[in-house]
Design a protein around this ligand. Sequence first.
Ligand SMILES: C[S@@+](CC[C@H](N)C(=O)[O-])C[C@H]1O[C@@H](n2cnc3c(N)ncnc32)[C@H](O)[C@@H]1O
Length: 248
Amino acid sequence: MMLNDTFTDDDAAELYDVENPWDRVGFPHDRFFSDAVAGAESVLDVGCGTGSMLHVARDEGHAGRLVGVDPDAAMLKRARRRDDVEWVLGTAAGLRYDGEFALATMASNAFQCLADEDDLRDSLVAIRRALRAGGGFVFGTRHLWARAWEDWNPADGGTVTLPDGRSLRGWHEVERVEGPLVTFSETVARPDGTPLRVSRTTLRFHVPETLNGFLRDAGFAVEHQFGDWGRGPLTAGSREIITIARAQ
Ligand SMILES: C[S@@+](CC[C@H](N)C(=O)[O-])C[C@H]1O[C@@H](n2cnc3c(N)ncnc32)[C@H](O)[C@@H]1O
């Protein structure tokens, strides 16, 4: 919900980049994905957002086919500032590729946006279909049992400054937890706390057993699962489930 027109969808996409710069040196998550992309001759990045991961891949010399897909027009508009990658407005479930990619990725927990079970299943089938036999699917999701949302509350709101000098405050508020589905609002406000925009999101959290069932049903075999971005083992106490799956 936009409360006034001084904070637009384009501003929200710019804020995303300010808060989430792609940095393969500083962030183990970004290194994990950038290494996977560098090792694949063609890559489909599902939920690519502003496209930073694929921008960096090109900067680092990736010479193969790179395609980014996202349903958020403002995020994709930022991605499109570079035309050396194919950008597609759409959802995972709407993908119509057939056997074209060596690797599919969903970085920065984009996988958790697949909240509805039918949409999750349809998305996995479409991603599987987009891959060649033996192609990889690399993604992360937060582990349900770690209950990360308990740390998301209005007190977490820090202040950030956009490149044009505007200072903004932001915070999260959890509204509902129903099994694996967590609904929360995200508020962007002026430094004095006056809200400019409130958006509501539902994310699906996962446990390995059901996640692996969804993957199997869509034609994937799980090759590796890690509990952190340093490739540590997946345990009952892990905060993340990091999966490398193969198209069968
Ligand atoms: C947290 S952002 C991650 C963006 C990017 N992957 C990154 O690493 O910065 C999640 C992205 O998933 C996208 N998304 C939401 N629902 C989706 C769907 N059904 N299919 C594909 N992408 C989706 C959102 O628009 C958003 O850009």
